[in-house]
Design a protein around this ligand. Structure first.
Ligand code: CU
Length: 466
């Protein structure tokens, strides 16, 4: 699609029914504020209640955020200790979980680490992992879906200062864009609403508009050349089968746990809730592009079934790209685990009408704060088999990065060559991981479905590593 078409008549493709992106013309996508801890080793986060006029019509939606009304700053970290001071200034208790970080259970921010209203939590995170795009979000048991929906999430960049040597764009908001994808529902006035109906609990909440960094209809400006997109699926339930409308390639350079050994060129990329992917997209042709999500295979009959436009990217012809060629060697370490030949644990992600409305479980047992479901030996390498029925479930494990051994009993495609913390289970998946982080009975790690309504409904378990 040509630039003029996209900016003028081409906007028709962005129409989302009656609430088409009316007041959004010429709105530039904003990045979350950058909070760089690489010099200070410190950051302060306040959990706040707020209001946002998402549609710019004077209709305020009740929200929550970190250091602001909705979402939170991007925390840039490097290897070493990062001391966080988190102050809950909202009226409800919650937690802050560091999704994808290899840190002990005592600072992981799971459901056992509630921060009461007015209280402080000051964990010191021992950052010791490869560069990656991670995220942080609320994780109180039974309330994670509502808290994340309200806005309690933010992005983490682990950096090592070597991206110039890798030949990768890394200028925040210039040629390195952080994109938090979240679908949301709005009432007739344009106020964000949470749908607690039975279908939304079963399928997970699906919105009919995609917000990027909390913004509706904003367009990202990109240089004429290589742009890096850090895609974060911060949605409650939506699986995004992503593709550019013009079919242009995405060169996957990183997944959940960091860089791949070499880029993988794709035209279609599936991003499940909780997952991240970093891609390079080449705009040297000077043409604008539209990123779109095909229908979510999990979406129920009540909505969210259609394709959704995610983000328009507009080439700034005055901005020359610093990087022009996709590097061939990213230096990422592929997993080299001593994988056990036999499965150590089988986890069945259970849901079904026979279990009653909103009933979710793992191996038949809904999550219970007082029950430790698995005990793992510190330093052990294990092979887990995850099975699912009825729907696809993104399975996330705290405190580890894992290798995806198989998906549906098939070898996974090339973009799974690296490290992951969340895998989309369609029937079955096998993963292997080495447990290097300790977690006690008081502060166990979680494993759960990252469809937040399923997690809150009981599709979660907890484990110690001793
Ligand atoms: Cu699920």
């Amino acid at each position: 699609m040509q630039r003029r078409e996209l900016l003028a008549g081409g906007l028709g493709v962005l129409t989302l029914g009656p609430r088409a992106w009316a007041n959004t013309a010429h709105l530039h996508l904003k990045m979350p504020p950058l909070l760089d801890t690489t010099s200070s080793g410190r950051a302060k986060l306040t959990i706040e209640a707020g209001e946002v006029d998402f549609w710019r019509r004077g209709q305020m939606s009740a929200t929550k955020g970190f250091n602001g009304a909705y979402l939170g700053p991007t925390l840039r970290m490097r290897v070493g200790e990062v001391a966080l001071d988190i102050h809950n200034q909202s009226r409800e208790a919650t937690t802050v979980h560091w999704h994808g970080m290899l840190i002990p259970g005592a600072v992981d921010g799971g459901p056992h680490q509630m921060i009461e209203p007015g209280a402080w939590w000051s964990p010191v995170l021992p950052v010791a992992q490869a560069p990656a795009t991670l995220w942080y979000h609320a994780h109180p048991h039974g309330r994670t879906a509502r808290d994340v929906y309200a806005g309690l999430a933010g992005v983490i960049h682990i950096v090592d200062g070597q991206d110039d040597a890798r030949g990768l764009p890394h200028h925040y908001g210039e040629d390195d864009l952080t994109l938090v994808l979240q679908d949301r529902l709005f009432d007739a006035h344009g106020r964000m609403v949470y749908d607690d109906s039975m279908p939304s609990r079963m399928h997970g909440l699906h919105g009919d508009v995609v917000l990027v960094n909390g913004q509706i209809g904003a367009r990202a400006q990109v240089p004429k050349g290589l742009t890096r997109l850090r895609l974060v699926n911060g949605s409650n339930a939506r699986i995004y089968p992503l593709a550019f409308v013009d079919g242009r390639e995405m060169h996957v350079i990183a997944t959940d746990g960091g860089y791949l050994p070499k880029p993988v060129a794709l035209t279609h990329l599936v991003l499940a809730p909780g997952q991240r992917a970093e891609v390079l997209v080449d705009f040297a042709d000077g043409h604008d592009a539209l990123l779109r999500a095909a229908p979510d295979p999990n979406a129920g009959p009540m909505g969210g079934g259609g394709a959704l436009d995610v983000l328009a990217l507009v080439v700034d012809h005055d901005k020359r790209a610093r990087m022009r060629r996709v590097p061939q060697d990213l230096g990422g370490q592929a997993p080299a685990l001593q994988v056990p030949t036999r499965v150590d644990r089988v986890l069945s992600l259970d849901m079904g009408m026979r279990m009653g409305a909103g009933a979710f479980a793992i191996n038949g047992a809904p999550f219970d704060m007082a029950t430790i479901n698995q005990r793992v030996k510190l330093g052990a390498t294990e092979r887990w088999r995850i099975t699912s029925n009825m729907l696809l479930h993104p399975f996330h494990v705290h405190g580890v990065l894992f290798q995806v051994l198989s998906l549906g009993d098939q070898a996974p495609p090339a973009q799974y060559a690296g490290w992951h913390d969340t895998v989309l289970v369609a029937g079955s998946a096998e993963i292997a991981m080495r447990f290097t982080q300790s977690a006690s009975d008081a502060h166990p790690f979680m494993y759960h479905c990252h469809i937040l309504e399923h997690e809150d409904g009981g599709m979660m378990g907890q484990f110690t590593v001793v």
